[in-house]
Design a protein around this ligand. Structure first.
Ligand SMILES: C[S@@+](CC[C@H](N)C(=O)[O-])C[C@H]1O[C@@H](n2cnc3c(N)ncnc32)[C@H](O)[C@@H]1O
Length: 561
């Protein structure tokens, strides 16, 4: 029972206590309950708090049960109505009895609240409550589920007539949020991408299971589209994805190549270009391989399992025709937003029903389709300025390495971070590198970008824009604002962004919380321009080479953040 009393003491702690719920719980010495259980209870109950208050008030149990305070009632009624095992206390415990005595009344009021909202199921009700809470907090952003059509196996027209035959097409994201009929919106920026209402489960859909459709966030589709564009002619040369697991962007490249191959007059259906796709993590590379196979792209994608991109020799004859590279390295993940149930979800993390055993204990069977699992692991710790700098160093090295591939003419670099240091600052450092200057690399201008992305309005920035969001329960009483987007612990200091306005206009940004339905994301393209070749001072170059050892010693930051 200490669980509920402890939860109340956390919830009612004065604002001056400081810190988020999480830090207060995990750092406390006085709480007796398990921190994980306590945190889960508070977070889960907070998702339902407006409905629980409604039910408790309508059932009138606080007046009838002197032992129940409003907070205790909310937590206990939450577990009574919604937790799998009910209230975590012995059946004879007075608090448990104080709630269970009114179970018929409580259940009745809960059903009435659901019916009032026109929800057929508890899952629908949860979504409705989330929308009500968002609206009350002034956060009306909608995070739809994004579905990419895989042109290796099918096409948009075929999917509109099969998987989405019963869906009504709408013109805007807010129109998706009508529970009475299935709706979809064809994305205006990314070809072959559709948005459907959040929370739709595709795990049993034949198109999903056969790899005809792939669940992939819109922002995550920017890099491959930026790299390959609206090509009418097949891409010349081979392609490389240097940091590829679980494989969303590799399979997207495969889809774009297939589309062009099918549309070209040469009657080919298998693309001429080959894709080399790798991941330094052998475990994640297995998922990558599965995803490539599920997408039907084995014949033109080679997965190099456990391959560190930085250890590849750009002059290896296997890669002499690599003309396009996509780099989406590990990052802080600070742009990742909570979707559906407002917990933090990684880009393209499958619906709970699609999660593997590894992801969610032993309860769910692994689906046949190794769908897009997490692109990034969740950022677990607060982000220190030092850690950000290390990530930025590694990201810069990865892009610079890509610039050295002799046949490369086009490269994209992306992160799901909102931090300047991992984004525009990396572009700025890369452009200043010798390899960029001697080979004539510059930022892909907006007017050179594929049509859909040229119209994308959010562009590179010069100043940091860190966003904070909060989670509250009981109207925020005692809450100081839990920080869901990892804030940088230390002051940012001055971040050098030495980019022209034209360069910044060439960078693309996505931000959480606006009406585009996306998390934070960044992508920039680099193109090789003979006219931009700069002479590098030979002595300067030599010094750099001698100092190169130091760079190599940068601390390895792990594979995915
Ligand atoms: C953000 S995830 C990539 C997501 C992937 N592009 C997608 O769309 O599904 C970053 C990946 O980069 C890998 N990685 C990090 N450093 C690497 C390196 N030096 N060489 C190869 N892979 C690396 C990590 O293991 C991780 O799987």
């Amino acid at each position: 029972m200490s669980l509920y009393y402890d939860a109340v003491s956390v919830l009612t702690a004065p604002a001056s206590t400081g810190g988020s719920f999480k830090s207060r719980i995990y750092n406390s010495r006085s709480l007796k309950a398990s921190p994980a259980q306590l945190y889960a209870l508070i977070i889960e109950a907070s998702k339902w708090d407006i409905l629980l208050k409604e039910v408790i008030e309508a059932a009138g149990i606080i007046k009838l049960e002197p032992k129940l305070t409003p907070h205790l009632a909310l937590l206990l009624v939450h577990d009574h109505l919604l937790a799998k095992n009910g209230i975590a206390a012995p059946a004879a415990h007075p608090l448990r009895q104080a709630v269970e005595r009114h179970k018929t009344r409580l259940r009745g009021e809960f059903t009435k609240a659901r019916v009032r909202r026109g929800c057929a199921t508890v899952a629908d009700l949860r979504d409705a409550i989330r929308r009500e809470k968002d609206a009350a907090n002034g956060d009306t952003a909608i995070y739809p589920r994004w579905v990419r059509i895989n042109n290796v196996r099918t096409d948009l027209a075929a999917q509109l007539q099969s998987t989405f035959a019963s869906y009504r097409q709408v013109e805007s994201l807010p129109e998706l949020a009508r529970p009475d009929e299935p709706r979809l919106r064809i994305d205006p920026h990314i070809p072959d991408l559709v948005a459907v209402p959040p929370g739709l489960d595709f795990s049993t859909s034949p198109a999903y299971r056969s790899g005809e459709i792939i669940l992939q966030d819109k922002a995550s589709c920017f890099p491959a589209y930026l790299l390959l564009g609206d090509q009418e002619e097949p891409w010349r040369g081979d392609l490389m994805d240097g940091c590829a697991a679980p494989g969303n962007k590799t399979t997207h490249m495969a889809s774009l190549l297939s589309k062009t191959a099918k549309a070209s007059k040469q009657g080919r259906t298998i693309p001429r270009s080959h894709i080399f796709s790798m991941d330094a993590s052998a475990v994640r590379a297995k998922t990558l391989q599965k995803m490539v196979s599920a997408a039907g792209a084995d014949s033109f994608v080679s997965v190099l399992q456990g391959q560190d991109f930085l250890a590849l020799d750009p002059h290896d004859p296997r890669f002499e025709n690599v003309s396009g590279l996509l780099l989406d390295p590990s990052c802080s993940g600070s742009g990742i937003i909570g979707r559906d149930d407002k917990r933090k979800r990684r880009q393209d993390e499958p619906e709970p029903s699609q999660q593997t055993k590894h992801q969610k204990g032993q309860r769910n069977p692994e689906p046949d389709t190794p769908s897009a699992t997490d692109e990034n692991d969740l950022p677990s710790a607060p982000l220190s300025a030092d850690r950000l700098t290390k990530l930025s160093n590694l990201q810069t090295r990865i892009v610079e390495h890509a610039l050295a591939f002799p046949a490369a003419t086009r490269i994209t670099y992306s992160t799901c971070s909102i931090h300047l240091l991992e984004n525009e600052a990396v572009v700025s450092r890369v452009l200043a590198s010798d390899v960029a200057r001697t080979k004539g690399w510059r930022v892909m201008r907006r007017d050179e970008q594929p049509e859909g992305l040229r119209r994308w309005k959010y562009r590179g920035v010069r100043e940091e824009r860190v966003q904070r969001t909060s989670t509250s329960i009981g109207g925020g009483e005692g809450e100081n604002g839990g920080c869901e987007v990892p804030a940088v612990e230390a002051e940012e200091g001055n971040v050098d962004v030495n980019l022209t306005d034209e360069d910044l206009e060439g960078c693309l940004r996505c931000w959480p919380g606006d009406d585009e339905g996306l998390g934070g994301f960044f992508v920039a393209g680099f193109v090789r321009d003979e006219n931009a070749v700069k002479q590098v001072d030979v002595d300067e170059e030599k010094d750099e080479e001698e100092g190169g050892e130091e760079e190599e010693d940068d601390e390895w930051e792990g594979f995915s953040d």
